[in-house]
Design a protein around this ligand. Sequence first.
Ligand SMILES: Cc1cc2nc3c(=O)[nH]c(=O)nc-3n(C[C@H](O)[C@H](O)[C@H](O)COP(=O)(O)OP(=O)(O)OC[C@H]3O[C@@H](n4cnc5c(N)ncnc54)[C@H](O)[C@@H]3O)c2cc1C
Length: 417
Amino acid sequence: MEEIVVVGAGMAGLHTAEALRTQGYLGGLTIVGEEEHRPYSRPPLSKEVLTGAGLTPSGGEPGWLAGHRALQLRDETVVEAIGADFRLRRRAVGLDTDNRLVRVQGPDGEERLPYDGLVIATGARARRPDTDLAGVHVLRTLDDAEAVRAEFDSGGSLVVVGGGFVGAEVAASARAVGMDVTLVEAEETPMPRVVHPAVGEVLADLHRENGVDVRLGVSVTGYEGSGRVERVRLSDGSEVPATLVVAGIGVHLNTEWLEGSGVELLEDGSVACDEYSETTVPGVYAVGDLANWPHPRFGGRIRLEHWTNAGEQGEIAARNLLARAAGEEPTPFTPVPYFWSDQYKMKIQLLGQGAPADQVSFVHGSPEDRKFVAFLGRDWMLTGVVGLRSTPRTMRYRALLEEPTTWEEALAAAGAG
Ligand SMILES: Cc1cc2nc3c(=O)[nH]c(=O)nc-3n(C[C@H](O)[C@H](O)[C@H](O)COP(=O)(O)OP(=O)(O)OC[C@H]3O[C@@H](n4cnc5c(N)ncnc54)[C@H](O)[C@@H]3O)c2cc1C
C-alpha cells in the first residue's frame, strides 16, 4: 500500500492517521479537511470555549488554535510527527471507487487524489433552524463556538432549542456567564436520546436549580424579529423573548459526496460498515460519527456520536486497513460505548446504551444527592450504566457491559461493590 487518503480532518481522521503510523505504515498519507483548522477536539466548544474557563493560550501560530489549548487533540509535535500532507480548506465532492480517486474542491479548483486505501471520516454538520434571522446559531465548529461566545459578551436572553447534550451544555455555560436562559425540549426530559427519563428528570432539575427556565414537551413553531431574532414562538402558544438563539437540534451526516460511489449509505445517511469498519467497497473504511456497524452486544447495528468512539474506531480501522491489505486477520470493533457531558461543574457519564431502557435502578447514591450510579436494562439484561459525579464507581462497571450480564448479576455485583 503506497497511498492512503483520510477524508475528514476531525477526531476520527486524526486518530486513524496516527494509528496508521504507529501500526508501521510508511507510505503517503493525505488528510483532506474542509475547515481551515487542523483537527481539534469538539467537546470544549460547548464548555470551555463558551465560558472562557480553563482556556490556556497555546502560544502557537494561527492555525494551531492559539488561545485554545483545550481544543488540541494532540501536541503540535505529535501531529507533525505523523508526517501527513494536510490538505485543509478542501472539500471532498465525489468518489470514484473504480479508479480509486477522491474528487476534492479547493481554493485552486478541483483535484483528483489517487488512493490505495481510503478512510471516510467526514463526520456531521449541525442541522440549522429554518430562519435567516441574525442571532440564531448552531454549534458544531470552532467558528460557530467563537460566534456564540462573542454574542455572550453582549449578555441578554438566550433561548436554547433542543435539550440534547449540546443544548444542555450551552444552557449550563450560558448560565455560568450570567445570561438569562430558556431551554426548550420537545420530549418530556432533557437528553432523551442519551439517558433514561429517570435520569433526564434529574438533569431538568439541575437546570432549574441553576436558574434556567426549562420548557419540556414543547417545540418551536417560529423565530420572529425584524432582521434579528427577538422572540421564539412555542407549540403551546407561548412566546419567549430572545436576544440570542442556539439550536442543538441534531445533525446531518456529511456523506452526500459518497452518493453514486458504490459505498452503501443507510437511510439516515450513515455509512454501512462491517464489524471491521470496512464499507461495502473493499479498501474503503469509515470511522466516527458517520459509521454504522453491527455490534454483537448492543442489538444489531449501531452508530455513535461520541468523542471516545471516534478515536477508538479510527485505531481499529487503521489496523484493519493494513491487516487486510497484508492478507492478515482483521479485528472486530466491539467497544463498550462511552459518553460524558459536563454541566454545572458536574460530570455525567454513560457506558453502554442509555435509552431505551425498561429497567432502571439507582445502585449507589440517589437523584436527591445529585450523585449516583444507575443501572439501565432491557429484557432483564444490563444495557447501560450512568453516573453523575461518580467517575471511579461508574467506570468500574465497564467490565459488566463487555459480556452479557443479567439484571440480577449486575445488581449483585453492585451490592458487592
Ligand atoms: C459542541 C460539541 C460538544 C461535544 N461534546 C461531547 C462530549 O462532551 N462528549 C462526547 O463523548 N462527545 C462530544 N461531542 C461529540 C464528538 O465531538 C464527536 O462525536 C466527534 O467530534 C466525532 O468526530 P468525527 O471525526 O467523526 O467527526 P467531526 O468531528 O465532525 O469531524 C469531521 C471533519 O470532516 C470535515 N468534513 C466534512 N465534510 C467534508 C468533506 N466533504 N470534505 C472534507 N472534509 C469534510 C469537517 O469539517 C470536520 O472537520 C461533542 C460535539 C460537539 C459538536
